[in-house]
Design a protein around this ligand. Structure first.
Ligand code: 4AD
Ligand code: MG
Length: 463
C-alpha cells in the first residue's frame, strides 16, 4: 500500500478509497460508544487527519492505550466523507499499528500551547508543534523561491568556501579554525605558530561568500551563493545569530540602481511565492503570531520601496522631532530604533538607504566622488530592520588599494581579489539577504532563534 501524506489525503482522497497514513498522534479522544478519534499529523501541512477507530478493529484493545500524544502510528483504512466541520474527509481505520510509544509522563509536548522559550530548550522536538512545523515549511518555500528567482533569470548557483583566510566584512568577527591544541599552547604560554597549523596560516569560517563570488561574476556572469555564514558578533539580540544562511547574488555590469531594482524584485517575488504556496501556514501566522503580518506583506509586495540617501535619512531623523536613545549625527551607524522609525512610523514601507559614509562600510564598496560616501545600499523592512546589505563594488585598482590600506588591511592578503581589477575589470554589484531575517519578515516570528532549526548564539550550540 503506497503511503500518502496527510496534505495530499486531505486535498485529493476520494470516499471509499483505501489508504495508509503514518505520522505522530496529536490527540486521542475515546467515545463512550466504543470507538476512538485520533488526530494525526505528519508535518506535511498544518491540518491533522481525523481517524476513527472502532473497537472491532484488530488489536484495538491492546493498542489504543498506547495511542497517546507524540506516539507514532501507521493506520490503514477507508476514506469517508466527514460529518465534522472544517474537514472534508476522515479515515475509518481497518488496522492500527503503534510504531513507537511516547510515555505521557515524560513526553514534553502537550496539546496546550507552549512558550517559545520553553520550546527552545527542546529544539529536537519543537518541529512537532504547529508553529515550528509551519516555520519549517515556509522556510523551505522561501529557499525554493530564492533558487527559482535566480535560476529563471539565468544566474549560476555557486558554492563558495566555508573555510577562508580573508575577512570580507573587515569587522574581525571571524571564528578561527585550527587543529592546534589550544590547551597545550596555553599551558606553555607560547606564541601560536600558524605556519605549523593545518592551513599554514590563520583560517576562519566565512562571514560572506562575496569576494569569491566576485571572481565568478567577473568571468561566468551573474551568479549567486546560498550557504551558511558565521559571525562571532557578541550581540544577544532577536535579529542576530552566530550561524545564519545568506544568499548573495553578484552581477557584472550592474551599477547601484540596477542592484536596488534586483533586490526589490527579489523580496517581492519571495513574498508572492510564499503567499501563493503556503496559504494555510500564512493564515496561521496571521491569526496566532502577528495579526498584521498579511497586511504588512501585502503592502510590501504592492508598493514601490522608498529610496533615500543616508544623508537624507539622517536629516529626516534629526528633524522629525522624535527623541532617540542613540542620538543621530551624520557618520553614525544607524541603530534599530532609527531603522524602525523610518520603516514603521514615517514611510510605513520598506526603505532602501544608499550612499553611506565610507568610514562605517567595508573596503570593497565603490567610492563616490564626494570623498565621503560609498555606493552602499541597505534594504530596511518594517519590524525586522536591515534585511539586505549590498553595494556597487570598487572596480578601480588604485582606489581599491588605497581603501585596503586605509582600512588597515594588508594588500598582499588580497592579491587575488585585486587581480580582478588588474585584468579586465568591470563595474559590478551584489548584495546579501539573510535567510532568517526573510523568514522573520514573512512569518511575523519575533525572535530569530525561532526561525532556524538549531540556533547558534553566544553560549548556545547544543544539539
Ligand atoms: O550587511 P552584511 O554584513 O553584508 C555582507 O555580508 C555583504 N558581503 C553581502 C554582499 O554584498 N554580498 O550582511 C548581509 C545580510 C544582512 O542584511 C542581514 O540580513 C544578514 O545578512 N545578517 C545576519 N543575519 C543573522 N545574524 C547575523 N549575525 C547577521 N549578520 C548579517
Ligand atoms: Mg549590513
Amino acid at each position: 500500500m503506497p503511503l500518502t501524506r496527510v496534505a495530499t489525503l486531505l486535498s485529493d482522497a476520494r470516499p471509499d478509497e483505501t489508504v495508509t497514513a503514518k505520522g505522530w498522534v496529536r490527540t486521542r479522544r475515546d467515545s463512550k460508544n466504543g470507538f476512538s478519534f485520533i488526530e494525526l499529523n505528519d508535518g506535511s501541512c498544518m491540518k491533522n487527519l481525523q481517524i476513527v477507530v472502532d473497537a472491532d478493529v484488530p488489536g484495538y484493545s491492546d493498542s489504543i492505550k498506547n495511542v497517546t500524544t507524540g506516539a507514532s502510528i501507521a493506520v490503514e483504512g477507508t476514506v469517508k466523507e466527514s460529518p465534522g466541520k472544517g474537514q472534508r474527509i476522515e479515515l475509518h481505520a481497518t488496522s492500527l499499528n503503534v510504531l513507537g510509544t511516547a510515555d505521557p509522563a515524560t513526553f514534553p509536548l502537550q496539546k496546550k500551547g507552549h512558550s517559545f522559550e520553553f520550546l527552545r530548550e527542546i529544539a529536537h522536538l519543537r518541529p512537532r508543534s504547529n508553529s515550528f512545523g509551519a516555520v519549517a515549511r515556509v522556510r523551505n518555500c522561501i529557499s525554493r523561491s530564492i533558487h527559482n528567482f535566480f535560476q529563471t533569470r539565468g544566474f549560476l548557483y555557486l558554492n563558495t568556501p566555508i573555510i577562508t583566510t580573508s575577512d570580507c566584512e573587515g569587522a574581525g568577527e571571524m571564528f578561527q579554525v585550527t587543529t592546534l591544541d589550544m590547551a597545550k599552547l596555553a599551558q606553555r604560554q607560547t606564541e601560536i605558530d600558524w605556519k605549523q597549523d593545518f592551513f599554514g596560516k590563520p583560517a576562519s569560517l566565512t562571514v560572506s561568500g562575496q569576494l569569491e563570488a566576485e571572481t565568478y561574476a567577473t568571468s561566468v556572469g551573474d551568479c549567486y551563493t546560498f550557504g551558511p555564514t558565521f559571525r562571532a558578533e557578541n550581540s544577544n539580540t532577536t535579529r542576530h545569530l552566530a550561524e545564519f544562511w545568506m544568499v548573495e547574488p553578484e552581477m557584472p555590469f550592474y551599477e547601484l540602481p540596477d542592484n536596488m531594482d534586483l533586490a526589490e524584485a527579489f523580496i517581492k517575488t519571495i513574498i508572492n511565492d510564499v503567499l501563493a504556496q503556503c496559504p494555510e501556514d500564512m493564515e496561521f501566522f496571521n491569526q496566532r503570531i502577528d495579526k498584521t503580518v498579511l497586511e504588512t506583506l501585502e503592502n510590501i509586495r504592492t508598493n514601490e520601496f522608498v529610496r533615500l540617501s543616508y544623508t537624507e535619512a539622517v536629516d529626516l531623523l534629526k528633524s522629525c522631532g522624535k527623541k532617540f536613545e542613540y542620538p543621530v549625527e551624520w557618520g553614525i551607524d544607524l541603530q534599530s530604533e532609527h531603522e524602525r522609525f523610518l520603516t514603521e512610523e514615517h514611510f510605513k514601507q520598506p526603505v532602501i538607504l544608499f550612499d553611506y559614509p565610507r568610514t562605517i562600510k567595508p573596503f570593497y564598496m565603490r567610492c563616490n566622488d564626494d570623498d565621503k560616501t560609498v555606493r552602499a545600499m541597505d534594504v530596511l523592512v518594517p519590524r525586522v530592520g536591515e534585511i539586505i546589505g549590498g553595494s556597487q563594488r570598487e572596480e578601480r585598482l588604485d582606489v581599491l588599494l588605497a581603501r585596503i590600506e586605509e582600512c588597515g588591511m594588508n594588500p598582499d592578503d588580497y592579491w587575488w581579489y585585486t587581480d580582478l581589477r588588474r585584468y579586465g575589470t568591470v563595474p559590478h554589484s551584489g548584495f546579501g539577504l539573510g535567510l532568517e531575517r526573510a523568514v522573520q519578515l514573512i512569518t511575523g516570528m519575533t525572535n530569530i532563534r525561532d526561525v532556524i532549526p538549531f540556533p547558534r548564539t553566544p553560549g548556545h550550540a547544543e544539539f
